[in-house]
Design a protein around this ligand. Structure first.
Ligand SMILES: Cc1cc2nc3c(=O)[nH]c(=O)nc-3n(C[C@H](O)[C@H](O)[C@H](O)COP(=O)(O)OP(=O)(O)OC[C@H]3O[C@@H](n4cnc5c(N)ncnc54)[C@H](O)[C@@H]3O)c2cc1C
Length: 284
């Protein structure tokens, strides 16, 4: 389908993007890679009067490291996250997750910020950002704020992002012992179920665990019951299996659709939770 008529503007800075967005009085939309917004516009589920292109704002893309904290600019395309030497070296779960997204065309155009703002329930980044305990950096007319990933993902296509704000970056302390395991939807490669696990081991036992789940519910969530089952245990395959066993059964409102029934998704949550924990243990 053909989208409704719209104006196109290109922003040359974050402040410029915010000013242009404000000037539309709430009827405009930012566009980064366009891989989620354009399909919605073609279906006329979204009909912005103006789209404000943020894809070429200097400094909005890139992976930076400062004083033990990694920052990924919101404009960074998935391919650059997947191939970043800093991420591969210090926090490979982030690159691994990006590498599972879509196909080369999607990875070369789609951005981290676009994925987070769109908040598809089957998107990959949210599970991983929950596991590495990331902070989402936002800028709006009133200044900047940071929201923990745990508070950011709220519901189906709903995040803690105001219509007049822009996501500028994501920040986290790197975690080496972390992994992402995903059951692909064969055509789009979106997650039917995706699980990220991040662990710390001290004195021969798992001292902390964060497990993020995507694809199974209306938005990404942590799995506290699995995390509790891991902490204090030996970092072994048996621990992974025990902790993951009931991961799917205790969830409520699990999605069922043409790609996977509710029961199948529940079963796969346990399978992929085990694989993610095993992957993280292999990196301890
Ligand atoms: C064929 C196909 C396969 C895909 N497979 C996967 C997959 O396997 N896994 C997966 O996770 N995703 C997948 N995606 C989604 C893909 O990752 C998109 O690129 C992503 O969801 C949106 O990023 P974008 O830069 O294209 O955003 P856009 O489409 O440009 O924007 C999406 C929304 O985010 C807003 N926005 C964009 N940037 C910002 C910002 N910095 N601050 C605030 N708001 C912003 C826009 O206003 C819009 O509302 C797939 C997409 C396609 C088309």
């Amino acid at each position: 389908m053909i989208p409704s008529a719209f104006e196109y503007e290109r922003a040359n800075s974050v402040d410029d993007a915010l000013a242009k967005l404000a000037a539309t009085g709430g009827a405009g939309k930012l566009i980064a890679g366009g891989h989620s917004l354009v399909p919605l516009m073609k279906l006329r589920l979204n009909e912005p009067t103006t789209i404000i292109d943020i894809a070429r704002i200097p400094g909005l893309a890139g992976v930076r490291e400062d004083d033990g904290v990694i920052e990924i600019g919101a404009g960074t395309v998935h391919h650059d996250v997947a191939t970043s030497a800093v991420l591969r070296d210090q926090c490979p779960v982030v690159s691994d997750t990006a590498a599972t997204i879509g196909d080369p065309q999607v990875r070369n155009r789609g951005t981290l910020g676009g994925s987070l703002a769109h908040a598809d329930p089957a998107a990959d980044y949210p599970a991983m950002l929950l596991a590495v305990d990331a902070q989402i950096q936002l800028q709006g007319p009133g200044g900047t704020r940071a929201v923990a990933a745990q508070d950011f993902f709220q519901d189906l296509f709903t995040v803690d992002l105001r219509a007049d704000e822009i996501i500028t970056a994501v920040r986290f302390a790197p975690v080496r012992a972390a992994a992402y395991a995903k059951l692909y939807q064969r055509a789009s490669r979106f997650a039917i179920v995706g699980v990220a696990a991040a662990l710390a081991v001290a004195d021969g036992v798992i001292s902390s665990a964060r497990i993020g789940l995507t694809g199974a519910l209306s938005s990404a969530v942590r799995l506290p019951h699995v995390e509790e089952a891991l902490v204090g245990q030996a970092p072994t395959a048996e621990t992974a299996a025990n902790a993951a066993k009931g991961a799917g059964t205790s969830l409520s409102d699990v999605n069922g659709d043409l790609h996977a029934s509710e029961g199948y998704r529940r079963a796969m949550v346990s399978v992929f939770t085990k694989r993610a924990i095993e992957g993280a243990l292999a990196r301890v």
